[in-house]
Design a protein around this ligand. Structure first.
Ligand SMILES: [Zn+2]
Length: 203
């Protein structure tokens, strides 16, 4: 009986730390930009500031499993650059990215731009994150209710150096609304999040 008790205690003691206590919260700063364009209406988001704040509330519910919180510093309207319409041979993401005036971005926050229509649901290949307000996706059980929040959370996963993983309920699966992360993804995302915090700490 005593041996069983000791064995049980040892088993509990040897459990990974994260299963016994929550992660210390890591805070990352973000700024949301509502893209505006009269000449290229595909870029002009219909989202409001209030809707953007709701999206980040949902993003934070998704990322709570990793102990990472995106603090929304500001929501502003950002005028897109007046580029010529996209030509067929240009990738949509390249054209959209070229219309965004990145010189107005914050050096201490992750910039997230919302547009109305775009080929991909979202992209991140260096700042900024760009998210389409009308994403196309397949629903999975337990998936996010707010598809724009899911796309935003997925792209922020790429900001945290996570790769695609096509397991259907996973946050990093493409074209779905799953939100789960596995222990390795949580570990990797937290490592990168701490690096970002370290780079942006003000003296
Ligand atoms: Zn992706």
């Amino acid at each position: 009986m005593t041996r069983l008790l000791i064995l049980t205690l040892l088993m509990v003691w040897s459990l990974p730390v994260q299963s016994r206590e929550p992660f210390p919260l890591i805070h990352l700063r973000v700024r949301a930009h509502l893209m505006q364009s009269i000449t290229n209406p595909r870029l002009q988001t219909t989202l409001t500031e209030k809707e953007a704040r709701v999206i980040f509330d949902e993003v934070n519910k998704i990322w709570a499993q990793a102990g990472i919180r995106f603090e929304l510093e500001s929501v502003d309207s950002l005028q897109a650059l007046d580029l010529a319409p996209k030509r067929w041979y240009i990738k949509d993401r390249d054209w959209v990215k070229a219309t965004i005036p990145t010189n107005q971005f914050s050096p201490t926050a992750i910039d997230v731009c919302f547009v109305k229509d775009m080929g991909p649901n979202g992209f991140f290949y260096g700042e900024p994150v760009v998210v389409c307000e009308n994403p196309e996706f397949h629903k999975v059980s337990g998936g996010a209710k707010n598809p724009v929040a899911r796309v935003t959370a997925h792209e922020l996963g790429h900001v945290l150096f996570l790769q695609h993983r096509q397991e259907h309920t996973n946050l990093m699966a493409s074209g779905k609304n799953g939100v789960s992360l596995n222990p390795q993804e949580i570990k990797d995302a937290r490592k990168r999040a701490l690096e970002i915090v370290g780079h942006t700490v003000q003296p």
